[in-house]
Design a protein around this ligand. Structure first.
Ligand code: C2E
Ligand code: MG
Ligand code: MG
Ligand code: MG
Length: 281
C-alpha cells in the first residue's frame, strides 16, 4: 500500500535504498542525526466511525522534515531504516511522541481518541519492545486504552507461538492491536482467532476497485463478514470517494480512513479537523 510519488528531489534516498553499503551508512548516520535534531514529525490521519461520522481515532504517520530536502515521506526511508535497524530508535520516538501528543489532546479537552502506531518487523522482534511501550506510556501519562499498535500479517505469522505470547502481554497491558494491510499478506484464518487482536484494517488495494471489480467487492464483503463473526472491529483504509464510502457503509464496515475524509495532517490541523467535524453531527 505504499506508493512512490515521483519527484526528483528524493533521488538521493531512492538511490541509497538500492545500492552500496556506503550510501546505507550515510543514510544511517543522517537518520541518527535526524533523531537528535528533531527532524522527524508525525502527521495524523483521522479514522471515522462509519455510522456517526465522528472522528474516533487517528493513525500516526511519520515524515522526515529534512533541512535541505524538504518533507520526505516514509516510503523513502522506512525500508532503509528497517534494514539498518534504525527503525528501532525511530520507532521508539514515534511511540513516545504519539502518546505525548494524544495525552496533550486529552488534557486540552479534545474528544478522547485512540492513536494507532505502526510497528515494523524489527521492532516486533526487539526484546525490549514491551519495556519501551511501558516507558512511552509512563513518560507521557497516556492511558493504555488509547494506544493501538498496527502490525502486518507477515510479522505475526512468522513465529505463531511466540507472537501469541507477546500479543497477549501487550493486550494485558490494556493496549489494542490491529492487523494492518489485511488481505495482502498470508494469514492463517485458523490462527486469527487465537490472536488477541481487536481490529482488521482492510488494505487500500481492495478499496481502490471495490465498486468496479466484482472480485474485490466480494473480498471486502467477506473480510467485513469475517470481522463481525470474530467480533473484531473492521476499518477500511484508502477510501477516496463518496461512492466507496456509501458502499462500505451499506455493508456495515465500522470505520473509515482515507483521503475522502482527510489526508494525514500536521498536529494543529488535525486538532482543528476534529473540533469542527465532531461538532457537526
Ligand atoms: P500504512 O500503515 O498502511 O499507512 C497508510 C498509508 O496510506 C499512509 O501513507 C496514508 O497516507 C495512505 N493513505 C491513507 N488513505 C489514503 C487514500 O485515501 N489514498 C491514498 N492514495 N493514500 C492513502 P504514508 O503516510 O505515506 O505511509 C506509508 C507507510 O509507511 C505506512 O503504511 C507504514 O507502512 C509506513 N509508516 C509510516 N509511518 C511509520 C512509522 O512511524 N513506523 C513504521 N514502522 N512505519 C511507518
Ligand atoms: Mg502499508
Ligand atoms: Mg498503518
Ligand atoms: Mg495499511
Amino acid at each position: 500500500s505504499v506508493k512512490a510519488d515521483g519527484g526528483n528531489n528524493y533521488q538521493f534516498f531512492k538511490a541509497s535504498t538500492q545500492s552500496s553499503a556506503i550510501n546505507r551508512l550515510n543514510m544511517e548516520s543522517e537518520m541518527r542525526k535526524a533523531i537528535e535534531r528533531g527532524e522527524f514529525v508525525l502527521h495524523y490521519q483521522p479514522q471515522i466511525n462509519a455510522t456517526s461520522g465522528h472522528v474516533v481515532g487517528m493513525e500516526a504517520l511519520i515524515r522526515w522534515q529534512h533541512p535541505e530536502r524538504g518533507m520526505i515521506p516514509p516510503y523513502h526511508f522506512i525500508s532503509v531504516a528497517e534494514e539498518t535497524g534504525m527503525i528501532v530508535p525511530i520507532g521508539e520516538w514515534v511511540m513516545y511522541e504519539a502518546c505525548r501528543q494524544n495525552k496533550a489532546w486529552h488534557d486540552a479537552g479534545l474528544a478522547e481518541l485512540k492513536v494507532a502506531v505502526n510497528l515494523s518487523a524489527r521492532q516486533f522482534s526487539d526484546r525490549k519492545l514491551l519495556d519501551k511501550v511501558r516507558h512511552a506510556l509512563k513518560q507521557s501519562g497516556l492511558n493504555p486504552a488509547f494506544l493501538e499498535l498496527e502490525i502486518t500479517e507477515s510479522v505475526i505469522m512468522k513465529d505463531i507461538e511466540a507472537t501469541i505470547a507477546l500479543l497477549e502481554e501487550i493486550a494485558s497491558m490494556g493496549l489494542s492491536l490491529a492487523i494492518d494491510d489485511f488481505g495482502t499478506g498470508y494469514s492463517s484464518l485458523n490462527y486469527l482467532k487465537r490472536f488477541p487482536i481487536d481490529k482488521l484494517k482492510i488494505d487500500k488495494s481492495f478499496i481502490d476497485d471495490v465498486i468496479s471489480s466484482e472480485d474485490d467487492g466480494k473480498i471486502v464483503e467477506a473480510i467485513i463478514g469475517l470481522s463481525h463473526n470474530l467480533k473484531l472491529n473492521v476499518i477500511c483504509e484508502g477510501v477516496e470517494d463518496a461512492e466507496q464510502f456509501a458502499w462500505l457503509q451499506e455493508r456495515q464496515c465500522n470505520e473509515i480512513q482515507g483521503y475522502y475524509f482527510s489526508k494525514p495532517l500536521p498536529a494543529d490541523e488535525f486538532e482543528a479537523f476534529v473540533r469542527s467535524r465532531n461538532a457537526i453531527f
